[in-house]
Design a protein around this ligand. Sequence first.
Ligand code: UTP
Length: 297
Amino acid sequence: MRRKVTKAIFPVAGLGTRFLPATKSVPKEIMTLVDRPLVQYAIDEAREAGIKEFIFVTSRGKGALEDYFDHAPVLEQELRKKGKDELLEVLKKTTMDSGAIAYVRQHKALGLGHAVWCARRLIADEPFAVILPDDVIAAETPCLKQMVEAYGETGGNMVAAMEVAPAQTSSYGVLDVKEDRGQVVLANGMVEKPKMEEAPSNLAVIGRYILEPSVLRNLQKMKQGTGGEIQLTDAIAEDITQGVPVSGFRFQGQRFDCGSKAGFLQATVAFALSRSDLRDDLLSFLHEVTSVDKAAQ
Ligand code: UTP
């Protein structure tokens, strides 16, 4: 029987430089898509996948994130007094059972691998998930839930994977494919941010992982890799050499790179269009601005 995945690490200690000046004082993960911060989408996805313990790797200046998951007694009391039950229900999703959430600090932004390693003491000898909140995935069945189901069959390490244009491989970890089974792909290795000419495939790793604790041991020994950072990709690839299989999982759904301005804007529009209370107004606005834009050209 495979062990259940009940813990997830959320690395949120990055500097978020692509969103400066906003991220000077607002953590990237608190920025909102319509009316929910990025981190809420990540938490909802994790819950639906059966995650019970939520571990955040934070850094200086991320206090708003801790407050977000806390109770807000004054606000709740006010809403109760006004009979705003719907809003109280919305707020419920933002709080956690006591002890279900933990925060550890990454003192220096030494890379994603290092951030995950900072949470090592909160993971026992068990598989765990990693979710990057700035990769937002719109899907009928949440991406991590799809992966947990597939992981029941495959075991080993599993990474979410997505085909990208060859020119984009230099922005991702890329899988060296050993065997393509369709939804699941077995990997020979993984390369972090390869140049287009050197990329072993165009199957890119996206921010959802189910990992064996051996990856944490590999991180312990890791030196800085591409870009001077400690790469999670390298620690996962290292497992292959030790006989732990690594599979890529082609998820069903649309991924938005909310760490970039263009991706964030696209996600905002897509999520707003999926809301019945916003769709019609937004559509007519988009229609209006795009036709004005076309006329101007
Ligand atoms: P990014 O590569 O998007 O970096 O990190 P960033 O610092 O967040 O943003 P930019 O590139 O400066 O705009 C991917 C994920 O890894 C986390 C980030 O918080 C994000 O969730 N991360 C990255 C860490 O937790 N620590 C690090 O040292 C680096």
